[in-house]
Ligand binder design. Structure first.
Ligand code: UT7
Length: 324
């Protein structure tokens, strides 16, 4: 008998404003056709003026609490994965804590860019397994629209805003892969590739928030191999293989990366949750958004074996294997 961190609830929030690909045809030299075929994105949501990462995170958290049938008093900790916080500090997590009216426990942020939610899940799992907490709210929330260079066609068409949240709860399992909950994680980074995706401003350098810069093609060429390797490593850690996977819930950056990874793993595309056509790349929010939409659509069901995998700035990449 061992402790497991089991998903107890899931929810998401998307800003009201939907921005179709055609919007960018008026501001840069691009086309709906190029964006669809090269990335798979058709539309994305942009936050309203004044709408913040912490507000979206709070809305997603409320949806997850409702889905779990839990109250804020039941939560011991909040971890927010984000690279677009409201302020340099305090953390978005403490802002969510106060917005929810939570006066116990603790909150902190995790910054691993697009892989942030995978890193946050692994940290929440460690807190639960080490018996420091029983229930953790894990949120991915981003307002990437605020750091886009709207004159750079290679990046401005790719990203969107949104938030997703899950609640992890300590439950006792048998110690086998039949247990519900997080079964394994694999985390990686390699700072030598930090110039492939970064923001050109920050507190200790420019004292500005900066704008996103990306070498899309070199990053693309890293992605499929690293994502396949981390997903398979996480599966192998608990004696599972590609054939055991019910759903890949990938970071939603590019349909060709998602297809390439699924193909290498031998998992058919109808076993992959896809949201990028509607959300674009929402960085750390993309996996919890996809988990929430995948559940609401009736795809992900209790007992399903799920692999989440992501890569982004750092480079940082990783995977989590869990049974829903
Ligand atoms: O979330 C973090 C992880 N992010 C990623 O993993 C993103 C990885 N990269 C990608 O998804 C792809 O590299 C992109 C979608 C960004 C680009 O696709 P690509 O097939 O790698 O294209 P490319 O960068 O090699 O560019 C091909 C052409 C270039 O023109 P030339 O040099 O061939 O004349 C670009 O200038 O497409 C041009 N281009 C565009 N054309 C129309 C770049 N952006 C656009 C655009 N509209 N928006």
């Amino acid at each position: 008998m061992i402790r497991r961190a089991v998903i107890k609830g899931v929810g998401h929030y998307l800003p009201e404003r939907v921005v179709p690909n055609s919007y960018f045809e008026d501001i840069v030299d691009t086309s709906d056709e190029w964006i669809r075929t090269r990335s798979g994105i058709e539309r994305r949501h942009f936050a309203a003026d004044g709408e913040t990462t912490s507000q979206m995170a709070t809305s997603a958290a409320r949806a997850a609490l409702e889905n779990a049938g839990l109250a804020v008093d039941d939560i011991d900790a909040i971890i927010v994965a984000t690279s677009t916080p409201d302020l340099t500090f305090p953390s978005v997590a403490t802002m969510v804590q106060s917005e929810l009216g939570m006066t116990q426990g603790f909150g902190f942020d995790v910054q691993a860019v697009c892989a942030g939610f995978v890193f946050a899940l692994a940290n929440a799992n460690a807190l639960i397994l080490s018996e420091q907490v029983d229930r953790v709210l894990v949120i991915g929330s981003e307002t990437f629209s605020r750091i886009l260079d709207m004159s750079d066609r290679a990046t401005c068409v790719l990203f969107g805003d949104g938030a997703g949240a899950v609640i992890l709860e300590a439950q006792i399992g048998s110690g086998t892969v039949a247990d519900r909950g997080i079964l394994s994680a694999d985390l990686n980074s390699d700072g030598r590739m930090r110039d492939m995706l970064y923001v050109d401003g920050g507190v200790s350098t420019t004292q500005t928030a900066g704008r996103l810069r990306m070498q899309g093609n070199p990053l693309f060429r890293q992605a499929v191999g690293k994502l396949t390797e981390t997903a398979e490593k996480a599966l192998q850690k608990v004696g599972l293989g590609d054939d055991d996977v019910d759903w890949i819930v990938p970071h939603q950056a590019n349909i060709r990366i998602i297809q390439g990874t699924a193909k290498k793993m031998g998992v058919p595309m109808d076993r992959v949750v896809l949201t990028l056509q509607d959300h674009g790349n929402t960085s750390a929010a993309s996996i919890p958004l996809a988990l929430s939409v995948g559940c609401a659509d009736g795809k992900i069901k209790r007992g399903d074996l799920i692999v989440t995998e992501a890569i982004g700035g750092g480079l940082a990449w990783g995977a989590v294997v869990l049974r829903w």
